[in-house]
Design a protein around this ligand. Structure first.
Ligand code: ADP
Ligand code: MG
Length: 702
């Protein structure tokens, strides 16, 4: 399954060959820019310019047979003439020439190359062949390759910039990894304006050699990367990605945007890079199981990354809101609920203390509304009280600018309280998100927040989303550490996997007479179903009759079912009619499984029946799953909530359902001839009374 690493070989060591190899991309001893140009309208100019102007201290070698000197640097006719030390080559040449150039790099002993040029697998069949050759050359010389069709890397600490983007972000602790060079270019410029510090930026392009998983593994060992933010279009080797990400995210947070989660987006992504985007259910499962925090868009990506990088993780989801205006407080309260957080209930002591100094009409319950006149002292005292309240896990501080109390005074006093309390062990785990609603009048205050490295947001919705990401991470780490002390059940060999799926006696009849005889043997009442490899949905063609309790009813149903099937699907091959024992009524759910091209076997649970495709009330996991994971899948769905019992209904046997999910997941991993499986319905009875599969469909491949 894993082509290079097993889960117990991680966490990764700083001296591994991959780490040494990748260091050359970010902190090389000498850089050659092959295809460097004197013409400011050419990429070869922009790249050389970026390599030199941001303060890179190692030697830089322009390579261009038509020049002796570029930007005051001695120019070399080919990479073969470039002296030592030179560890990294950046290749900006037309695609057809790139293969030969890489060959020369190999002969020269270069071990790391960024291929900027496009015109490879993203273009056409010819490009695909060229990319194959590129990789072949790289392998032959044990070189590592970034790209082709990428804009290379930025390291703000080295500093090194191999891109042709006009700006470079400020140094920071977030590393951004992107499948798209253009998204990166935009983000670099935006980050500079938004005051977001970055450690490294990596663009992967076509990933002929290095892919997102290699980089993830590498970044785990990078002490300056505190948070990994990813823009992903598609993941090729899903299982390896999950294994690596699962290990990495124990040590540092990974936040990701995976595009193509809508039908329209999927089509756009497919035509964009030729990446297979897989099904979103698979990505959802993969991210969930590897602890990756998934966000819907780039803005949320950096909001979460900034919060995770600069504030401590909360230990729960109870949020206190502190505001100087009612409306924003209500907005924040809604946002808290939308983002699966809770409003904290303040203790009587906190309320009492707030009452002592706030306006008589101020609201001392959560959200705490200090009203428009609140000054920096009020903010400081109230924030201090909220952070000390044992029922509060995190605080959102909102300030609407007004002329009497400049925002600058507020943020300075907020920062003082935050920095003071977060140094105390009792409060060091309580993050504070600040909302400064506005823009034009806030310049100085915003600059102060950047300097103080405190996350701030222009609206409460974004602050709540960032907090949600933090709580999600906290919960995941909790789960992982709880699991760490137990043996991983999913890795045990699947024992007698088929036995935990309870079914009913069923026999095939080829005549009405035989059907009646089998019914008597099975016991009344029975169910008759059309048996045909060509009919997937039996009731759709009138191919199911339930509750048959006499010989005459069975004979009539037999004839009716065959006639219905012939009329609905004349070309279908009919084997006869199945006679099945009738299950007593219960609650119907679906358990299924599919094989995803990127992630392999997935197991599914959800609302079954006729409306399964419409309701989309399903939850996926990569197989195999443990019974804990199966329980979690059940609880995530509406179907699961119904099983728990609503309106006086007794709770159903969730444990029995979980057993079936686990069994199906093991069948999928044990036998790769099974392409798809469907138990629809699984009829579930009251707690302790089990469940029974009345319709099991297995689709085999090949
Ligand atoms: P299909 O899904 O191909 O239409 P099913 O075998 O699922 O066919 O039957 C349709 C419905 O009939 C089921 O969803 C269930 O409600 C009911 N049913 C089928 N078999 C039984 C059975 N043995 N006992 C009780 N109900 C059954
Ligand atoms: Mg069915």
């Amino acid at each position: 399954m894993l082509d290079r690493h097993h889960s117990d070989s991680l966490p990764l060591d700083l001296n591994s060959p991959l780490v040494t190899a990748l260091n050359a991309f970010f902190n090389p001893c000498g850089v050659a820019v092959i295809g460097a140009s004197r013409d400011p309208t050419k990429l070869g100019y922009a790249v050389l310019n970026n390599v030199t102007r941001h303060g890179y201290t190692g030697p830089v070698y322009p390579v261009n047979p038509k020049a002796d000197e570029i930007m005051g640097l001695r120019c070399f006719p080919s990479i073969l003439e470039v002296p030592d030390p030179c560890e990294l080559a950046v290749i900006i040449a037309p695609a057809p020439a790139s293969v030969d150039i890489l060959e020369q790099c190999g002969r020269r002993g270069i071990k790391a190359a960024v291929v900027v040029s496009g015109g490879f697998s993203e273009a056409d069949a010819e490009g695909q062949e060229r990319e194959r050759q590129l990789l072949e050359v790289a392998r032959r010389y044990s070189m590592h390759l970034m790209g082709p069709n990428c804009i290379g890397v930025v390291d703000t600490h080295t500093p090194l910039d191999t891109t042709f983007v006009a700006t470079m972000p400020k140094p920071g602790v977030i590393t951004f990894v992107s499948h798209s060079g253009a998204v990166c270019g935009g983000v670099i410029d935006w980050a500079l304006g938004a005051g977001v510090g970055m450690n490294r930026i990596v663009t992967l392009g076509n990933q002929a050699d290095l892919n997102e998983t290699d980089i993830l593994e590498y970044l785990c060992t990078d002490p300056r990367t505190r948070v990994i933010a990813m823009y992903l279009e598609g993941i090729e080797h899903g299982r390896r990605f999950v294994e690596v990400a699962r290990q990495v995210s124990r040590q540092k947070p990974i936040v990701a945007v995976k595009v193509g989660y809508t039908e329209a987006g999927r089509r756009a992504a497919a035509s964009h890079t030729g990446a297979l985007t897989g099904t979103d259910g698979a990505y959802r499962a993969a991210f969930h199981q590897s602890g990756i925090i998934r966000v819907p868009h780039i803005e949320a990506l950096f909001d979460a990354a900034i919060a995770l990088a600069n504030q401590p993780l909360p230990r729960g989801d109870r949020v206190a809101i502190l505001t100087n205006a009612g409306g924003p407080g209500v907005l924040a309260a809604d946002a808290v609920a939308v983002h699966h957080l809770r409003l904290a209930t303040l203790t009587k002591e906190t309320q009492f203390c707030l009452r002592q100094f706030l306006q008589p009409h101020a609201n001392i319950f959560n959200p705490v509304d200090m009203l428009g006149g609140a000054d920096e002292t009020d903010y400081a005292r109230a924030l201090d009280l909220l952070l000390r309240d044992p029922g509060v896990d995190a605080v959102m501080v909102i300030n609407v600018p007004q002329v009497l109390v400049p925002a600058m005074r507020i943020v300075r006093s907020v920062a003082q309280v935050v920095h003071h309390l977060q140094t105390m062990p009792e409060y060091s785990h309580k993050p504070v998100m600040t909302c400064l609603i506005g823009d034009v009048s806030l310049g100085e205050a915003i600059e102060f927040m950047h300097q103080a490295q405190l996350p701030w947001f222009p609206f409460p919705e974004r602050a709540a989303a960032a907090l949600e990401a933090m709580v999600q991470r906290f919960k995941w780490l909790e789960k992982v550490s709880a699991l760490g002390s137990r043996a991983p059940e999913a890795n045990r060999p699947p024992v007698a996997v088929q036995t935990p799926i309870p079914t009913l006696p069923v026999r095939l009849a080829r005549s009405a007479h035989e059907a009646a005889r089998l019914a008597k043997e099975i016991g009344w009442p029975v169910v008759l179903k059309i048996a045909s490899p060509d009919i997937l949905h039996k009731s759709d063609v009138g191919g199911v009759a339930v509750g048959l309790d006499s010989v005459s009813a069975v004979r009539a149903a037999y004839k009716r079912i065959l006639a219905n099937a012939r009329a609905a699907k004349p070309e279908a091959h009919l084997e006869g009619v199945l006679v099945q024992a009738m299950a007593r009524p219960g609650r119907e759910v679906i358990v299924g499984a599919v094989r995803d091209p990127q992630f392999g076997p997935l197991v599914m649970f959800g609302s079954g029946g006729l409306y399964v495709e419409v309701l989309k009330d399903v939850s996926f996991r990569l197989a195999p799953v443990t019974s804990d994971e199966a329980m979690e899948m059940i609880d995530e769905t509406l179907a699961g909530q119904l099983l728990a019992g609503l309106r006086g209904q007794p709770p159903a046997d969730k444990k029995a359902v979980a057993q079936v999910i686990v069994a199906v997941s093991h069948m999928m991993t044990a036998d790769d001839r099974i392409a798809e499986m469907d138990i629809n319905p699984l009829i579930v009875y009251e707690a302790g009374q089990g469940a029974v599969a009345v319709d099991v469909r297995v689709i085999t491949s090949g």
